[in-house]
Design a protein around this ligand. Sequence first.
Ligand SMILES: Cc1ncc(COP(=O)(O)O)c(C=O)c1O
Length: 369
Amino acid sequence: MQLRPFALERFFARYEFSVEHVLCASDCETRSVRDLAELEPDLPDQLMALRLGYVDSRGAPSLRATIASIYSSIEPEQVLVFCGAQEAIFWFYTALLESGDEVVVHAPCYESHLELPRALGANVRPWFGDPQRAYRLEPAQLSGLVSARTKAIVVNTPHNPTGYAMPADDFAAAVALATDMRAHFFCDEVFRESEHDPATRLPAACDLSPYGVSLGVVSKTYGLAGLRVGWIATKDRALYQRLAELKDYTTICGSAPSELLAEVALRHRERLANENVALIRSNLDQLDRFFAVHSATFDWNRPSAGTVAFVGYRGGDVDSFCHDLVQQTGVLLMPGTLFDDPNNCFRIGFGRRNLSAALDRLQSFLRKR
Ligand SMILES: Cc1ncc(COP(=O)(O)O)c(C=O)c1O
C-alpha cells in the first residue's frame, strides 16, 4: 500500500509544538491526570496498584462495558478498543476494501478517510458538502453516488473541518440507504456529545443498523487526545472479528494506564462534555462578535456542533494569509487547501481557553494590514 504523507498531520508536526497559539485545534481543552483524580479520588491508588502487563487486546472488559453504555443497544463484546480513532480508521478500510471496490466518502474530510481507500485501490466517490449552504450534504445526491460495488458510505458528523452537523432526517435516510444495499455505514462520531444543543444529538450509527459502524474516541469532546484511546462499536460480528485479528499487527493491545484513565473519564463523560461545551459556547459568542466586526474580510457561519468551523477569507490567498499570520504573530490557523478545498477557507478551532489571546493577536495583525 502506497500512502501519501498526511498533509494535515504533517502541518501540525511542523507547527503544533512551536507556535504560541494553536487556533485551529479540533480537540477540546485538555485535562490533566489531577483533573481526572478530582472525579474519582481513589484514582492515584488505582494507578499505583495497576500492573503494567499486556491488557485484553479488545480493550479491558470494564472499559468496553463503559463505552457500550454510551449507546442504546451495544454490548461490551461489540466494542473494540484501538490506539486512537486513527488506528481504527486504518484497520476499518483495510479489513473492508479490495481493489476495485467503491466507497462513498463525505468530503472535504479528515484525510485518512480518503487516502486509505485510495491506497487500497478502491474508487472513492466523494459526497461533497455544499459550500453555498454551510457545507450541507445533499441527501438527493447520495443515490447517484452508490452502485452495486459500494462497500461503505462514510460520514463524519459533527464534521471536521466545516462544523456541519447532519440533520436527523438526512442522517436516517443515509443509514437506511446503506442498510438496504447491505453496505456499511461508517460514521466518524469523534465529535459526538459536543453538540452545542444536546437536543440535536444524532443517534449513533451502531444503534441504527446491523451494518452501522460507530467510531469514537476520548480525544475531542473530552480533551484527552494524549490517552490515545479510540474504539469501534458495531453489531457486525464478522467485521468485528476481522478487525480484532488485524489489530494484532499494529498495537496488539492498548496501554494499561491509558485504558484506566479513559475509563474513569468516560464514567464522568457527561460532566466533562458539559464543561467543554460551556467553553465552546462562550468562545463562539466571542467569535460572533469578532467576525461581525470583520464581516468584510471573513465569511462566518456559526456551527451548531463540534469544535471547528470553516471560515471563508476574502482578503486574498488563504495560504499566504495563514502563513503570514503564523510567522508574524505565532497564531496558527489551518488553510482549507490542506483538505483539498478550493473555496479559500481556513479552519478555526474554538474548544480551547486560548481563544481570547489568539483573537487579540489576529485583530492587531488585521489592523496592521
Ligand atoms: C474526523 C476525525 N476523525 C478521526 C481523527 C483521529 O483521531 P485521533 O487523533 O484521536 O486518533 C481526527 C483527528 O483529528 C478527526 O478529526
